[in-house]
Write a protein that binds this ligand. Structure first.
Ligand code: ADP
Length: 250
């Protein structure tokens, strides 16, 4: 059997990227009229939409907390988001991703300002090609800011990992499937705090540190893209209540 190689002799990856290069990322804020806040992220072949409602009444009511708002995240991959149709509805993976994204967002949202209420975040993955939890958290963070919900800062997310014995940034689909490790990170660049950290696979301590540094540096670049998306949203909104998407359609 011939082993599939993920990094060529020229040091470049399958899609032509250098080891520390991100896939192309595009972020738009305020793309949905009917949500309090929203964002759309294209990240390589991933297409992810985030919608935020609240702070609003808690459903179901028994979840209410008299001291702070709760953050409820629903991550969902659309049935048509991958080659094989996904069975609709919740599953273990979606429940796990919703939980970790919720915990990361809860860390930055000033929840104690809104007791007995809920911030509801819906993340819809329209197309998936590895790294959807990172794209989802990055989008959700912009959508919460777009909703005007007070936060200490934006959260950024990006993964690093290992393939063909090399530490690489932002794993693509085959690197995720065939590589040796994947480490998604949720990060607050201004304070250096880590709010999400998972690891699939094995890394030595030195490799782990290299992967973390690579992901943290990339997060700083993505943070600028998030802020730029919010700035553009306000610039458009200053004239008229138009979303960027609407402008393109018109
Ligand atoms: P992430 O999307 O955050 O990297 P995973 O590592 O669990 O999360 O998934 C990697 C990729 O595998 C996804 O982005 C998606 O492209 C694909 N994938 C995940 N779940 C399914 C599924 N049920 N059917 C087909 N492909 C899937």
């Amino acid at each position: 059997m011939v082993e599939e190689r993920l990094i060529g002799d020229d040091g470049l990856r399958e899609d032509g990227r250098k080891p520390d290069q991100l896939r192309p990322i595009k972020i738009e804020a305020g793309v949905l009229h009917n949500a309090d806040g929203s964002a759309y992220v294209e990240w390589g072949k991933n297409k992810v939409l985030a919608a935020v409602y609240g702070p609003r009444e808690v459903h179901p009511k028994f979840l209410q907390d008299s001291t702070k708002a709760i953050v409820q995240v629903t991550y969902n991959m659309a049935a048509f988001s991958v080659d094989d149709r996904i069975r609709p509805g919740p599953n273990r993976r979606a429940t796990e991703i919703s939980k970790i994204i919720g915990e990361a967002l809860e860390y930055v949202i000033l929840t104690h300002h809104f007791p007995r209420s809920s911030v509801d975040v819906y993340i819809e993955v329209l197309e998936a090609s590895a790294g959807t939890r990172c794209a989802g958290l990055t989008a959700a963070s912009v959508a919460v800011a777009d909703a005007g919900i007070p936060m200490t800062d934006l959260v950024v997310s990006c993964a690093a990992g290992k393939a063909d014995g090399q530490i690489i940034l932002d794993l693509g689909k085959s690197e995720d499937n065939l590589g040796e490790a994947d480490v998604p990170l949720g990060y607050i660049p201004r304070t250096g705090e880590i709010v999400l950290l998972q690891m699939d696979g094995h890394l030595t301590k030195a490799e782990f540190e290299k992967a973390m540094n690579m992901a943290m540096n990339a997060c700083k670049d993505i943070y600028e893209m998030q802020k730029d998306a919010l700035r553009r949203r306000y610039a458009v909104g200053a004239d008229e209540d138009k979303t960027p998407t609407q402008e393109v359609i018109e």
